[in-house]
Design a protein around this ligand. Structure first.
Ligand code: NAI
Length: 391
């Protein structure tokens, strides 16, 4: 059973940019990062509004003089302190990720960045180069990839339990934005504006999540894709609130991805089905403790988290926090990822390349591929869903 016993001496001194009061995802970062005592929140530029930042930060227990009006000021001031920050998480709207991430790496910080990490693959590649030069690590918050049953799925595919992979069916299609709610919702308003959101809405916002699950579970690379996208709420154009993508993978597998915010009545419907020559698996984020395993010619099975028949991942980081039967969820998945980020940051600090090489976590390459997915989908959709080469 996995627990919070200390993995290294002192918690990583950690800050956030964004994630302020009222933000959608700030609490998830703080809760996950601090869950196992590996990070301690000591500073932040949490909000666009400096007064609200200070008020909020001090309520979280951060010293008032370490609640900053902006990220530049924070990186500069913290660099001058003996107890300055060592890592930062970036949970701001998409348009700001590149600049903030670049500034953080330049300041010598490890980074956890929200997705999509940049608007273009060139920018993302630049961040990768900068991180390598500085010996720093970038983690990307594909938060669903920390679920133990997703790790189990990955292990099953890698061990050949499914046979040769033929079809990957991916969808993340919720119904929360079936009407023009952005009129009264600032968090949705920026998502449907190209200036803040980037070249896509649902493809980047949610499509990248399930796409990453497909990539990490199967290890397959896209060769070509064709994308059709549209906005059923006309004011969202040119950004899409619905998209369908067809994919061909290197080696012969094929797949589809449906990303939507107008799937009326649906909560999340983030599902992935992987079909092999012998068997198929299916995982649904609304029932994350279960993984369907269907062997051709046999009754379907439901594998349950926390059982001895599952594979254990090598680092032991995605094992159970509580035994089977109790429900683990979203926060545990995120905490599993932050735990991995902490181990990676610590390994980088010690220049422990062996640990860094063995440790699985969604890093900069995962971030780059998410951005590439968005770019290529736009390229295809702009040519009437023409097939485009992926790389
Ligand atoms: P939001 O609009 O709810 O909150 C953004 C927060 O950032 C606010 O507190 C705002 O004051 C602050 N902020 C904006 N610009 C800033 C700046 N330059 N400096 C400091 N603070 C700034 O946004 P939300 O929904 O929390 O999304 C933030 C990011 O997280 C986005 O990139 C989004 O795609 C991503 N996200 C990821 C999820 C995941 O599952 N990994 C889930 C939800 C969002």
């Amino acid at each position: 059973m996995f627990n919070e016993e200390r993995r290294f001496e002192q918690p990583i001194r950690w800050a956030m940019v964004g994630g302020g009061r009222g933000s959608q995802i700030g609490y998830a970062h703080r809760s996950a990062a601090q869950r196992d005592g590996l990070f301690r929140l000591v500073a932040g530029a949490f909000d666009l509004d400096p007064q609200r930042c200070r008020d909020f930060g001090t309520n979280l227990g951060v010293d008032a003089d370490r609640c900053y009006a902006g990220y530049k000021e924070m990186f500069e001031a913290e660099a001058g302190r003996a107890d300055g920050i060592q890592a930062v998480s970036i949970a701001t709207p998409n348009s700001t990720h590149y600049e903030i991430c670049k500034a953080a790496l330049t300041a010598g910080l490890h980074v956890v960045c929200e997705k999509p990490i940049t608007f273009t693959t060139e920018e993302a590649e630049e961040l990768k180069t900068l991180a390598a030069e500085k010996g720093r690590v970038i983690g990307v918050m594909y938060g669903y990839s920390g679920f133990p049953m997703v790790q189990q799925a990955r292990e099953m595919v890698q061990r050949g339990d499914l046979g040769e992979i033929r079809v990957i069916n991916m969808q993340f299609a919720h119904g929360f934005h079936n009407e023009e709610y952005e009129k009264n919702d600032p968090g949705l308003k920026w998502r449907v504006s190209p200036q803040a959101s980037g070249p896509t809405y649902v493809l980047g916002d949610i499509g990248t999540h399930v796409f990453f699950l497909g990539e990490m579970i199967t290890g397959l690379e896209v060769e070509r894709l064709s994308c059709m996208r549209q906005s059923f709420i006309p004011s969202r154009a040119p950004l899409e609130d619905n998209a369908h993508v067809m994919m061909q993978f290197k080696g012969g597998a094929v797949g589809t991805l449906w990303a939507s915010a107008v799937n009326a009545g649906s909560m999340h419907q983030q599902k992935i089905r992987i079909v092999g020559s012998k068997a198929s698996i299916e995982w649904w984020d609304e029932y994350p403790n279960q993984l369907r395993y269907e062997i051709q010619g046999e009754p379907a099975r439901v594998l349950e988290r926390g059982m001895n028949y599952l594979y254990q991942d090598a680092a032991g980081v995605s094992a159970n926090r509580i035994g089977g039967g109790h429900a683990e969820g979203f926060f545990e998945s995120w905490a599993n990822l932050y735990h991995r980020f902490a181990l990676a940051f610590d390994a980088a600090n010690r220049d422990d390349q062996a640990t860094l090489g063995e440790l699985w976590f969604p890093g900069i390459d995962a971030g780059i591929e998410g951005v590439r997915l968005c770019e290529k989908c736009v390229e295809s959709a702009d040519q009437n869903a023409a097939w485009v080469e992926y790389k």
